[in-house]
Design a protein around this ligand. Structure first.
Ligand SMILES: [Zn+2]
Length: 213
């Protein structure tokens, strides 16, 4: 069995959504300062790094992250390559040869290259995102979980409608994945949010499991 970690590291210098406070840590106690134990206080947006959006993120009154059906968050997932695409529209999904009944879909785009690029030291507004037609395509084809490799599923200049279409149809959105090293194919996905009551999102640790013969 091989485990591929497709999560990005969380640390104070990491790239976060424009205008939002970044990750901050401080010690509540520290062994090196003479305390019995080391305890860190962590402050971060629930949409930091590799994370999951809950329906209430864009649809008022809808479920929080603690209400998601765990069956959706664990199971077979198809990783497809779309590094040729500047956006993820219905036309792009149509030609990706995604089999019917694909419930969990992870799209590898040029975004994934950014995570390992030292020159990527600020939020990249020109990332590849799912357009409204792409979001509708996913809903119409029964996709229950969509994973993308930058900090939002939707393009920076068109954030609202793709989120509303997906979250309104209870499609789980996982954002901020790094699938640069992942060969397209089917893996077993595990990505679980923290059980934060009523939250509009949560960081997740996302892994793809590859089982040998
Ligand atoms: Zn989010």
């Amino acid at each position: 069995m091989r485990i591929h970690d497709i999560s990005i590291p969380i640390h104070p210098a990491m790239i976060v959504w424009p205008g939002q406070p970044g990750v901050a840590t401080r010690y509540l106690s520290q062994i090196s300062a003479g305390d019995r134990s080391t305890v860190t206080h962590l402050s971060l947006s629930v949409h930091t790094g590799t994370h999951m959006d809950a329906p209430c993120h864009f649809v008022a009154g809808q479920e929080g992250i603690d209400q998601l059906d765990l069956k959706t968050l664990v199971g077979p997932a198809l990783v497809v390559d779309a590094t040729h695409a500047a956006e993820l529209s219905a036309e792009v999904f149509d030609v990706l040869a995604i089999p019917a009944h694909t419930e969990r879909l992870i799209v590898r785009t040029t975004n994934s290259q950014l995570w390992d690029d030292p020159a990527h030291d600020a939020f990249a507004e020109a990332y590849v995102g799912v357009t409204p037609s792409g979001a509708q395509w996913l809903v119409d084809h029964g996709v229950k979980l969509i994973g993308v490799d930058y900090l939002s599923v939707a393009p920076y200049d068109d954030l609202v409608v793709p989120h509303q279409i997906l979250l309104g149809a209870k499609v789980v959105i996982v954002e901020g994945l790094n699938v640069q090293a992942i060969t397209p194919g089917v893996y077993e996905l595990v990505c679980l949010p923290l059980k934060i009551v009523g939250s509009d999102g949560s960081p997740v640790r996302a892994i793809l499991i590859e089982r040998g013969e």
